[in-house]
Design a protein around this ligand. Structure first.
Ligand SMILES: [Zn+2]
Length: 213
């Protein structure tokens, strides 16, 4: 099984695909956000360092992130992993390459047109139990309008799904990842997967990449 670096714009369905990879192939999902929270909670020396930085409102340095990833990789003992949220810049990618052997990973870029992305966030509904739905996707619609299939509670539109702020986030993503994507493309590690399709078809394509040892 190939390790994966996921690069995806907001609303590309990275969470859903990560979940499937976890369920079906036993991947370890390494999300940088979760990793930072875990480190702080563990109260380790590294965790306290992270806490100090975050309390000041500063960004965690690339070196520190690399150290956290290194620790995490030791903990998962050789299980295949998905790296989610890192690298975001070319410098981070270079630092990561010092940590990982080149042969150890593939990069999957989930490609989503901005208009499709906007449609997705406009149709997104969430439940307080954590389940998400989308009224524009046949497979992700709730069975009953506005009601959660799982727990029966009322579904709500998320506040951060505001279209204007979403557009800004999306444009920033494209600008920030341009060099990163070119870097992986030049290394022949980039797999572009069109996610303007249903979840199963996307997962089939991802499966082809990850099982190609
Ligand atoms: Zn629910």
């Amino acid at each position: 099984m190939q390790n994966i670096i996921f690069i995806a714009p907001p609303a590309a369905g990275k969470g859903t695909q990560s979940h499937l990879l976890k369920e079906i192939y036993g991947y370890e999902h390494i999300s940088t956000g979760d990793m930072l929270r875990e480190a702080v909670a563990s109260e380790s020396a590294l965790g306290l360092e992270v806490k100090n930085i975050m309390d000041k409102g500063d960004l965690v340095s690339d070196d520190l992130m690399i150290n956290l990833i290194k620790n995490k990789l030791t903990n998962i003992k050789g299980k295949p992993f998905i790296l989610d949220g890192f690298p975001r810049t070319l410098n981070q990618a270079l630092a990561l390459d010092k940590l990982l052997n080149d042969s150890l990973y593939q990069v999957i870029y989930l490609k989503l047109d901005i208009n499709e992305a906007i449609k997705r966030i406009e149709g997104r509904l969430t439940c307080s139990c954590g389940k998400t739905y989308n009224v524009f996707d046949d497979k992700l619609q709730p069975k009953q309008n506005g009601i959660c299939d799982k727990c029966g509670r009322k579904l709500v539109k998320r506040n951060d799904d505001n279209v204007e702020s979403f557009k800004v986030r999306y444009e920033n993503f494209l600008t920030n990842t341009e060099k990163l994507i070119k870097y992986y493309d030049d290394k022949n590690k980039l797999h572009i997967i069109d996610v303007n399709r249903n979840v199963d078809d996307i997962f089939k394509d991802i499966s082809k990449v990850v099982t190609n040892d």
